[in-house]
Design a protein around this ligand. Sequence first.
Ligand SMILES: [Zn+2]
Length: 334
Amino acid sequence: MAMQELTFICPVCQGPLQHESQAYVCMRDQRSYPVTLGIPDFRIFHDPSVQTETEKTFTVRLAAEYPHCSFAELLACFESLIPINRSSLAAKRRLHLQTGVARGKSSLAEIQGLTKLPTRGQFLEIGCGTGPFLLAAADMFQAVVGLDISMPRLILAKKRLEEAGRPAMLTCACAESLPFSEQSFHLVVGSDMIEHVADPVKVIREGYRVLVPDGAIFLATPNRWSLTAEPHVNVWGVGFLPKGWRERYVELVQHVPYRNISLLNWFELRRLLRQTPFTRWRVILPSFPSEHTALMPVWARAAVPIYDLLRDHSLTKWLLYMFGPLFHVVCFKR
Ligand SMILES: [Zn+2]
């Protein structure tokens, strides 16, 4: 199996980089990519949902706190900087955070059931956030790489992995322009990522490029037509409204912004996949790991057996493709 050694390349020209003490430099483009706490910043545009100056302030603050803080302390510091304090949303975020590693392990088991992953493979997560999936993958892969558009979240991920004794290569970059050579990874994961990027086709194309010939990409994304609340803002029915109304509706009922989120329904997901270089994929209705269901609110826990029942019968399965909470997708490169 042909595979490249893991080194960073220029995200603009895909040429080699010179590694200097506090930066990576592309001589061809005359571009310099700065490094913070060992995390290179290869972003060539900024996340429209994040104000650059605010993000810089957070980064400086977290980098200063980093040496004498635990992951929990650093997370508390980061949360104190974010202005959202709606209790229903905070509870939801906490659940998402607590169950991240279990969900990662469960997804990896699901992927293993569909494709053979090598024992000494290389793993990339696009949109790794604070790194729960990276922790789950660290047991299975020889090299684990986490990429995210948010430097503050990567600083948190670094601390978390360090505390767990699981070092990983971290990088801040745009999912549309990955700083890696082709055929670098056996598995690429994008969990709750594809609905946030400006150009999902380009992102999946980049995932395809960096995969080895028999590698796979795994995506997890909420269903726009889900009968449960919109997971990012915890508001019911958002996905059934026309696009132009969603932001105002969420603002009205939850008083939070709803920008740069484009959920897909089953038809839109398939249309998206058809525009990528992948010719073979499987859309999966995932099971929920017990570590996750145990922490869910009572009504949601009550719905899990119904979900499992519908999922197990071919006649009722389509109901979940239409109105179930989320999709998992595995695309195979051959
Ligand atoms: Zn370059």
